[in-house]
Design a protein around this ligand. Structure first.
Ligand SMILES: [Zn+2]
Length: 88
């Protein structure tokens, strides 16, 4: 398997890490090509899949209980820890 067609690879040849790809995807700063690549990648990459699920869970939670106060950092940490435990 080659990463030579990875659309996340920068022009200088530096390969994006999973975290970088995930962050770009979550920020919506991806091209259609990158989006398709990442969705496919996530099917096979457990760290990316988990990271995506954690982020979605946090966003859902903030949506339902947020009153414009911003995300409490320790709450986010708690959720991440919980999900990490569930998946281990
Ligand atoms: Zn990955």
């Amino acid at each position: 398997m080659s990463d030579s067609t990875n659309p996340f690879t920068s022009p200088s040849g530096k390969r994006a890490t999973c975290m970088e790809m995930l962050q770009l995807y979550l920020d919506g700063e991806v091209t259609q090509e990158q989006r398709a690549y990442f969705l496919h990648h996530m099917d096979m990459c457990m760290p990316c899949f988990k990271g995506y699920q954690v982020d979605m869970a946090i966003k859902e939670l903030l949506k339902t209980r947020c009153c414009g106060e911003g995300a409490p950092g320790d709450l986010v940490q708690q959720i991440k820890a919980q999900i990490a435990q569930q998946n281990s």
